[in-house]
Design a protein around this ligand. Structure first.
Ligand SMILES: Nc1ncnc2c1ncn2[C@@H]1O[C@H](COP(=O)(O)OP(=O)(O)OP(=O)(O)O)[C@@H](O)[C@H]1O
Ligand SMILES: [Mg+2]
Length: 251
């Protein structure tokens, strides 16, 4: 479904992605996990065609998008929902206006169906009745739900989430993660970028651990826990430490 083959990217002397490869299967929730500055958001921008790599191929459904212009990307972009870290909503517009605007922008929907679709996705993210509220009056968790509703509104094949729980409290984080799982069961492939290990373990079907611009390991949580890679071991140390602490508390 999505494949990065030997992708490299640099800004001047600074190497951002270093000959890295990655493969994501249709329908799964794929996590791109790594520390701050590892290159996670850069990978996401390359996958959605916002950035072009200096070298390598980016395949979406076997089509190489790595050299496509913005215009050529448009039909493909219509099949992609993107939930940006900062949500990228229009703060002075209402919830309904935000979702409807995007629906119209993406095109292909009859005006008479816009209202129905907006209601359907808002109800899916548990935001029914908020249509007329301005974005800047909403809590962080609710804004994230609007961003997800907007991404779902045109029934994308792939949804990309960049750090979907950053800045949210534990209760809101969990409900956003549960929403990502439910959204995935509508049929789309989900790509979730995060630095939060617990989130990755909770929702991920497969995890790709990245460090310094390259994927160091891909697999299930179980495979990660058995990895011999030094960086993966260090990154997952927290899991073992939490388990040990919990056991000490209980025993
Ligand atoms: N437009 C840019 N110009 C130059 N350097 C950039 C640009 N965007 C990102 N970088 C650099 O590329 C590296 C990877 O950045 P990226 O945003 O992909 O990391 P990340 O893993 O998403 O980090 P975070 O967890 O902090 O969001 C960082 O060192 C960053 O400073
Ligand atoms: Mg980032």
């Amino acid at each position: 479904m999505i494949r990065l083959e030997n992708v490299s990217l640099a800004f001047g002397d600074k190497v951002i992605l270093d000959n890295t490869s990655l493969s994501i299967k249709k329908g799964e929730i794929a996590i791109i996990l790594g520390p701050s500055g590892a290159g996670k958001s850069s990978i996401l921008k390359i996958m959605v065609g916002l950035w072009q790599p200096d070298a390598g191929r980016v395949l979406i459904n076997n089509k190489d998008i790595s050299k496509l212009s913005e215009l050529e990307m448009l039909p493909l972009r219509r099949k992609m929902g993107i939930v940006f870290q900062g949500n990228a909503l229009f703060d002075s517009l209402t919830v309904k206006e935000n979702v409807a605007y995007f629906l119209r922008e993406h095109g292909g929907i009859k005006e008479s169906l816009v209202n129905e679709k907006v209601s359907e996705v808002l109800s899916f993210v548990n935001l029914e009745g908020t249509e007329k509220i301005c974005i800047d009056e909403l809590s962080g968790g609710m804004k994230k739900r609007v961003a997800i509703a907007r991404a779902l509104s045109f029934d994308p094949d792939i949804i990309f989430y960049d750090e979907p729980t950053t800045g949210l409290d534990p209760i809101n984080s969990k409900s956003i993660l549960d929403l990502i799982k439910r959204a995935s069961s509508r049929g789309a492939t989900s790509v979730v970028v995060t630095h939060i290990l617990n989130d990755a373990i909770y929702i991920g079907d497969t995890l790709s651990v990245i460090n310094e611009g390259a994927v160091v390991e891909t697999g299930t949580v179980y495979e990660m826990l058995r990895s011999e890679n030094k960086f993966v071991k260090d990154f997952f140390y927290e899991v073992f430490q939490d388990a040990a602490l919990l056991q000490n508390k209980i025993l």
